[in-house]
Design a protein around this ligand. Structure first.
Ligand code: FES
Length: 277
């Protein structure tokens, strides 16, 4: 039965653990209670807290889409105590899941528009459900342009999916790295420079970006040079979230709470955050 206390995590069983990069793992979990499973619906861009019991919990953008019914997925980069503990979790283990929280991307508002996805590193994780949704409802959207960047080729998350994405009609995938290796024949360039090089038209296009703040800062500049208006550029923010419910005041950005008013914002709302990055 669904619990009514949003601070109590649901129990979930890990179905699979897959290495995406040397320090990022993809966890697929299934909520144990069938009634909870049924009622746990979520949108691209929403997040949930995943807990390792006795260690703590961390918020992650959900990287699966509810309509595919393939389990709840989180891409976890090993960066601290809880994420290290999560990397020790194996198939069949139990974790906690609290959520879903946040607003998510208003994908209905983007129907009929061209979609430009710009993801850096693990920032691709919350963007993957947008890509999946556009691919699964291909006729509802215009062109899909994806730029995915990472430090090195080995750090490109979701690499096995690039070909699938690129084979979809009216879809282009551009990969770039900061530093190539012996096998890399693709771009070696920073994401904002790739944006400038490709020069997508801002007409009828929504740009959705996620990645390190410095990348977003310079990507924002590149998009503006091309004529994108602030309202056409959307991002999903990370923050020091604790409750996820707008109650602890740990995640405020100006007068907004990332957990409750976001994590998805357009730059009409938050461009001031990146102007001095
Ligand atoms: S995480 Fe508590 S108010 Fe946002």
């Amino acid at each position: 039965m669904a619990n009514n206390d949003p601070f109590i995590p649901y129990l979930a069983t890990v179905q699979s653990v897959v290495d995406l990069t040397p320090d990022v793992r993809l966890f697929t979990v299934e909520l144990n209670d069938p009634a909870v499973r049924e009622s746990f619906t979520y949108r691209p861009g929403q997040f949930a807290f995943v807990s390792v019991f006795g260690m703590g919990e961390v918020p992650f953008g959900i990287t699966s889409v509810a309509h595919r019914d393939e389990g709840l997925q989180f891409a976890v980069r090993r960066v601290g105590t809880v994420t290290n503990a999560l990397h020790e979790v194996r198939e069949g283990d139990t974790v906690g899941v609290r959520g879903p929280f946040g607003n998510g991307f208003p994908l209905e508002d983007y129907e009929g528009k061209n979609i430009f996805i710009i993801g850096g590193g693990i920032g691709m994780a919350p963007l993957r459900p947008v890509i999946s949704t556009v691919l699964d409802r291909r006729d509802s959207y215009g062109d899909l342009l994806i730029i995915n960047g990472a430090r090195t080729p080995r750090d490109l998350v979701f690499a096995p999916e690039f070909d699938v994405w690129a084979q979809s009609p009216r879809t282009k995938v551009e990969l770039t790295v900061d530093r190539g290796d012996d096998n890399w024949t693709g771009r070696v360039a920073l994401i904002p420079d790739v944006v400038r090089d490709i020069k997508p038209s801002p007409e009828n296009m929504i740009a959705i970006t996620c990645g390190p703040p410095i990348m977003i800062h310079f990507t924002l500049q590149a998009l503006k040079e091309l004529g994108f208006a602030d309202r056409q550029i959307v991002t999903t923010l990370e923050s020091n979230m604790k409750c996820g419910l707008g109650k602890c005041a740990r995640c405020n950005v100006g007068d907004k709470y990332v957990c409750k008013d976001g994590p998805v914002f357009d730059f009409e709302q938050i461009s001031h955050l990146f102007e001095e990055a």
